[in-house]
Design a binder for this molecule. Structure first.
Ligand code: GTP
Ligand code: MG
Length: 404
């Protein structure tokens, strides 16, 4: 693997290591996620049984990811992750962080404080379609009457259909609003005091307990496999693009070598022999970049296959190549007309096409795919801007010859 590629994967390796450590220690991560001010921090506090994290009626109180070991469960191996709220004005970066954490958690508590908003619906679908296990938690139930609660239950289930099963929807009051309490003393005197009712998260605790007992291990395993799948797609993409960059460099180098050789070489038949030798060398080189090393004879076979398709598809430009070669042999006078430089540019162009086609074949795991070599070569020819490549060829060759 090229070192550029390996370096770009450093971050992925450390993420894999973190995931492995987590599995080994049997840690389970529960992310508390949702819109700003729905009561995420209050919920984490209620579960932890202490006012660990700041809560506030102002939006955007939580600015980083904060975590607490939930000692009630499994020797503190369950970790609650409080995240910044989504959909806050100018909070894009914090939202990204929250989404990242939720996207790596074993279980997400998706907290809302009413029916789903459009953004919540979108986000819930996003996480659900990843296959991320979720519970939908309606907080602040102390604000609603019994009738309103039932109406909300129906609405939430309808709006999260296919993502949240009825038994995954839970109602809580993490930090119920203070209440006025009237006390009457022996003398009949009334005093009003404010009282903070205790949190009501019993239903959620019971459900979490049940889920963790039943599925704890498989949640962690499912998460690891989601992570692995996602990561391997990402890594494959990055490896491929690093290979493309390197491949482009390899192709250009060989194109220049061939273009210059053909421009300088006065013996036409040797032009053609040299041309094939150069193309084969380039394909061998490319095959190493793409991790499917080919022998010279395999590379030769590939060059012949591509060459045959090119001959069919771009007869004219090849004809120019042949005619130019022939002219050089016969009439020295005419070579002013079709100069060595033009021939070199044509040679450069054909090597470029061979390189691109070989790249396609190699990137596809040494295969032309269902469509076959003909379609692949045609697509490449169609996608290239011949004029600008020939121009590039002339510039590259001129630069080289100038230096000789
Ligand atoms: N009535 C009522 N208010 C609550 C409840 N839970 C939280 N709140 C209030 O809602 C406000 C926001 O609570 P936080 O826990 O800070 O909300 P958050 O989701 O962490 O907010 P950010 O960190 O800003 O995203 C605070 O004023 C809390 O007192 C509840 O169960 N009932
Ligand atoms: Mg918060």
């Amino acid at each position: 693997m090229p070192s550029e590629v390996r370096e770009s994967l450093q971050e992925d390796y450390s993420q894999v290591q973190a995931m492995l450590d987590k599995l080994e220690q049997g840690h389970i991560h529960i992310a508390v996620f949702g819109r700003v001010s729905v009561g995420k921090s209050a919920l984490v506090n209620a579960l932890l049984g202490e006012a660990r994290f700041a809560t506030s009626p102002l939006h955007g109180e939580t600015r980083t990811v904060q975590q607490g070991h939930w000692s009630e469960f499994r020797d503190g191996n369950v970790i609650l992750l409080d995240t910044p709220g989504i959909n806050e004005v100018a909070g894009e970066e914090r939202e990204m962080l929250a989404r990242q954490v939720a996207g790596r958690a074993d279980l997400v508590l998706f907290v809302v404080d009413g029916d789903l908003t459009a953004v919540e619906r979108q986000t819930l679908h996003g996480l659900g379609s990843q296959g991320r296990p979720m519970l939908l938690v309606l907080n602040k139930t102390d604000r609603y009457s019994a009738d309103e609660r039932e109406a909300l239950r129906a609405a939430l289930l309808a709006h999260s259909e296919g993502l949240i099963m009825p038994d995954s929807l839970v109602f809580v009051a993490a930090q119920p609003a203070e209440q006025w309490v009237v006390r009457v003393d022996e003398s009949g005197k009334e005093t009003e005091t404010r009282r903070q009712p205790p949190p009501d998260v019993a239903e959620l605790k019971a459900l979490l307990w049940q889920v963790l007992e039943r599925d704890g291990k498989s949640l962690a395993a499912l998460n690891a496999s989601l992570f692995a799948g996602e990561l391997s797609d990402e890594v494959a993409g990055r490896v491929l693009s690093a290979r493309r960059t390197l491949g482009d460099r390899v192709i250009r180098t060989w194109c220049i070598a061939k273009g210059v050789a053909v421009a300088l070489n006065p013996v036409p038949v040797a032009d053609l022999v040299a041309a094939a030798v150069v193309d084969v060398g380039m394909v061998v080189h490319l095959s190493r970049v793409y991790g499917f090393p080919l022998t010279r004879s395999e590379a030769g076979e590939l060059v012949r296959t591509i060459g045959a398709q090119m001959l069919l598809l771009m007869g004219t430009i090849w004809a120019v190549h042949f005619v130019a070669s022939a002219l050089k042999l016969g009439t020295g006078g005419l070579s002013a007309l079709v100069t060595g430089g033009a021939q070199g540019a044509v040679a450069y162009y054909s090597t470029f096409v061979v390189g691109r086609a070989a790249e396609r074949y190699l990137a596809n795991g040494k295969s032309w795919g269902d469509a076959g070599a003909k379609l692949a070569v045609r697509e490449i020819l169609d996608s290239l801007d011949r004029g600008s490549i020939l121009e590039q060829a002339r510039a590259d060759i001129r630069a080289r010859l100038g230096r000789v």
